[in-house]
Each structure stands twice: as structure tokens, then as C-alpha cells.
Design a protein around this ligand. Structure first.
Ligand code: DX5
Ligand code: ZN
Length: 246
């Protein structure tokens, strides 16, 4: 089944910061709170220094939600994991181009498996990786932290990179008549989400900000509400203290 990505800005909670002992319930709670995309961080202790989630876990959450499952592969090599994640119910699969010997072939493989295909770019990865593959891309994921762990601080230079990727996507849309989503991942909180969106992002990943939200502040519903409100607030409202960067 092809699930549609809604229009406008979407929030994608990263389950990396969820309670793994209650994962199904955690997914249901963030979807109930207003999220339409679930971000799944796959780490292999090889491409990145951490070990997380395999296709079995993706398959276990698939029947718990109709939300888009957005798989972010931080693995090397990439290709052998594409079909297992597609079969496990992934809607989007992204990978890091330097982790694949043939990124163009990997992008084609992801689409052949019926998923949307994305390239993920680390803070120091140049945009030249996008040069000859725009037609093969459904999504570009700009990393605003170095991959491997949740809870890191947003790297400010990502904002210029996001803006440049936005210009490339807009040029591509004019030429090819087709849109590409711009996802940003790492260190996104209620106080910086609007700046990230204003730079050009339309799919915003947040792990620790959502799953670490204190119950006293309204829990998941509270923080998701604040993040979605920041995305739609008029500029004057953003002067209020809760939107100011710490
Ligand atoms: C980092 C992961 C991110 C991360 C986001 O390697 O790709 O998705 O979990 O978590 P926060 O929002 O806590 O930076
Ligand atoms: Zn991620």
C-alpha cells in the first residue's frame, strides 16, 4: 500500500529516543499527538558507532500504525538491507551516499522495492552528491548533527545547507515538475524548529525533544502541539519567550 505524505510541514518523531520496552504504545501515542511520520534510525556499529534497530523491529511497529514509516539507514554496506526493510513495511528509505559503492543503483533499488528513496547528507558531506541523481530522489535528508546518537545539539551551519538544498529542489521542481521532500534530522526542539522550516525544511525529525518531553509540560501532546504551533505561528507570535532560542 502506498501511503501518501501529507502536504505542508510534517513532524517525524525518531523512535531512537522512545522507550523500547513499550515501543508499540510509544508509536501510537506520538501519532495520536499529531505526528504523521515515524522516523526509524538504523545504526550498525560500523558506519556509525551505535547499534539500534533492524527490520524485525520495523515489522513489529508496522501493524500498530497507519503513519508513514521513514527508515534512516546509517549502515555500510546499504543494499542488502533495502529489501528487508521494504518487506518490513518501510514507506521511505534513506541512506548515506558515502556508505554505498553505487548510490545511483541503491536509489533505484529502493524504488524497485516500492519505497520512496532518500539521500542523507552529514554536516560535512558536500551537496555534489546530489548533482546527478535528482531524478532518482523523493527526499533529501540534511543531517544537523553527526549521525550516531540522539540528544545532540543542532549544528548552526546546517541552516545555510538547508537553504541551498531548498534552492536546488525548487529549481528541480521547475524543470521536472516534481517535488522532493527536504527532511532535517538532529537537535530539533520547539525553540529552533521554526528557523529550520524557514530555511526550507518540510519534514522535521525530533527524537529527544518529543520522547523526552516531561509529563508536567503536557507530555507528547504538549510538545508536539508546541512544535506544530511554532511551524504555523505568525512572525509576531514568535517573539514570545517560548520560541526564543536558549
Ligand atoms: C542521529 C539520528 C537522529 C536522532 C535525532 O543519528 O539520525 O534521528 O535520533 O534525535 P534528536 O532529535 O534527539 O537529535
Ligand atoms: Zn535519523
Amino acid at each position: 500500500m502506498e501511503r501518501e505524505l501529507g502536504a505542508g510541514h510534517l513532524l517525524a518523531p525518531s523512535i531512537l529516543s522512545a522507550d523500547f520496552a513499550r515501543l508499540g504504545e510509544e508509536v501510537e501515542r506520538v501519532v495520536e499527538a499529531g505526528c504523521e511520520v515515524i522516523h526509524v534510525d538504523v545504526m550498525d556499529n560500523h558506519y556509525v558507532p551505535n547499534l539500534t534497530i533492524g527490520p524485525l523491529v520495523c515489522a513489529a511497529i508496522r501493524p500498530r500504525t497507519r503513519a508513514i514509516i521513514d527508515v534512516h539507514l546509517m549502515v555500510r554496506p546499504v543494499d542488502a538491507l533495502v529489501a528487508p526493510f521494504a518487506k518490513a513495511g518501510a514507506d521511505i528509505i534513506s541512506f548515506h551516499p558515502e556508505a554505498s559503492d553505487h548510490p545511483d543503483r541503491t536509489l533505484a533499488l529502493i524504488r524497485e522495492q516500492g519505497c520512496r528513496a532518500g539521500l542523507a547528507l552529514n554536516p560535512a558531506t558536500p551537496l555534489t552528491h546530489l548533482d546527478h541523481v535528482m531524478d532518482r530522489l523523493d527526499l533529501i535528508l540534511v543531517m544537523s548533527v553527526n549521525p550516531g546518537f540522539g540528544g545532540q545539539s543542532f549544528i548552526p551551519s546546517a541552516l545555510d545547507k538547508i537553504a541551498e538544498v531548498r534552492r536546488r529542489i525548487d529549481r528541480h521542481r521547475e524543470r521536472a515538475g516534481r517535488d522532493i521532500r527536504l527532511e532535517v534530522d538532529g537537535g530539533i526542539k520547539p525553540d529552533n524548529i521554526r528557523a529550520v522550516a524557514d530555511a526550507g525544511a518540510d519534514l522535521l525529525v525530533a527524537g529527544s525533544a518529543i520522547f523526552g518531553a516531561p509529563d508536567a509540560d503536557g507530555g507528547y501532546r504538549g510538545v508536539v502541539g508546541r512544535m506544530l504551533a511554532a511551524l504555523t505561528a505568525a512572525p509576531a507570535e514568535l517573539a514570545a519567550p517560548e520560541w526564543r532560542a536558549a
